[in-house]
Ligand binder design. Structure first.
Ligand code: NDP
Length: 246
């Protein structure tokens, strides 16, 4: 494990309690960056941050509900107060309660909009003033291959991820001193299927994940690649999916 150096970045990660967020926190900390883990399951992020520190890395954790702007602001404030700056925000938190639209699971639709879309916007709103003041920063938004290929049961989930791609491109064009990256994973083995309430969709997605899902570390490496580029190099979008995925 590398010790943090003056070149190590302060990196905030939403949804760091499992899957891609957890793998990203561990990967970036092992590379010497200072990571701040946010999620609702406090015990989980406390344990992961503790393990990172035990291995010689630097990590903080703070409860975060991305659906609430105030919660995101408190998360950002903690990191800024502790480290004095914020170099990167990885907007990773997401849910995927997939189902056919005619099931009218309107609560699930709203939940996806609240976490996958509003959550990303809240992250941007919380961190943008800090990055503007610094004159530099990097926002990495985790979208999905579902933003590129729309299939049954994924209509609303895809809509949130298409929106994340659109707002990322708009933000990039508006900001000359901000790097904006979209990382779009394909089927990745994580806990995401646990957020599906429709039993049929859950069984299908769980089977696909087991069959062809790639490890979360593959996405963490793509995020690390984008972060690791020089300040004048902005990686716009990286799509990482199983070779066998259609
Ligand atoms: P996981 O379910 O393993 O992780 C999701 C994370 O999001 C958890 O840490 C969870 O933490 C967090 N989260 C959910 N709701 C909130 C909330 N309101 N506030 C804060 N954190 C929240 O799934 P993945 O790792 O797969 O998901 C990460 C991202 O990757 C998501 O944006 C997902 O859409 C995207 N993705 C995943 C793919 C896959 O195949 N796995 C494919 C394409 C995209 P907690 O519950 O503790 O709050």
């Amino acid at each position: 494990m590398t010790n943090p150096t003056s070149s190590s970045k302060v990196i905030l990660i939403s949804g760091a309690s499992s899957g891609i967020g957890e793998a990203t926190a561990r990967h970036l900390a092992a590379a010497g960056h200072r990571v701040v883990l946010g999620a609702r399951r406090l015990e989980r992020i406390a344990a992961i941050a503790g393990e990172i520190r035990q291995a010689g890395g630097e990590a903080l954790h703070h409860e975060l509900d991305v659906a609430r702007l105030g919660s995101f602001r408190a998360f950002v404030l903690l990191a800024k107060a502790h480290y004095g700056r914020i170099d990167v925000l990885v907007n990773n938190a997401g849910v995927a309660p997939l189902a056919m639209m005619d099931e009218l699971r309107v609560c699930d639709w709203n939940h996806m909009i609240d976490v996958n879309l509003r959550g990303v916007l809240h992250g941007i709103a919380a961190v943008l003033p800090v990055m503007k003041e610094q004159g530099a920063g990097h926002i990495v938004n985790v979208a999905s291959t579902s933003a590129h290929r729309i299939v049954p049961t994924m209509a609303v989930y895809s809509a949130t991820k298409v929106a994340v791609r659109a707002l990322s491109e708009g933000l990039r064009q508006e900001s000359k001193d901000l790097r904006v990256t979209v990382v779009s994973p394909g089927m990745t083995r994580t806990e995401l299927a646990g957020t599906i309430s429709d039993p049929k969709a859950k069984a299908t997605i769980s089977a696909m994940m087991d069959e062809q899902g790639i490890p979360a570390s593959a996405i963490a490496e793509a995020i690390a690649y984008a972060i690791g580029q020089p300040g004048n190099v902005d990686v716009g979008e990286v799509i990482v999916r199983p070779t066998a995925q259609g």
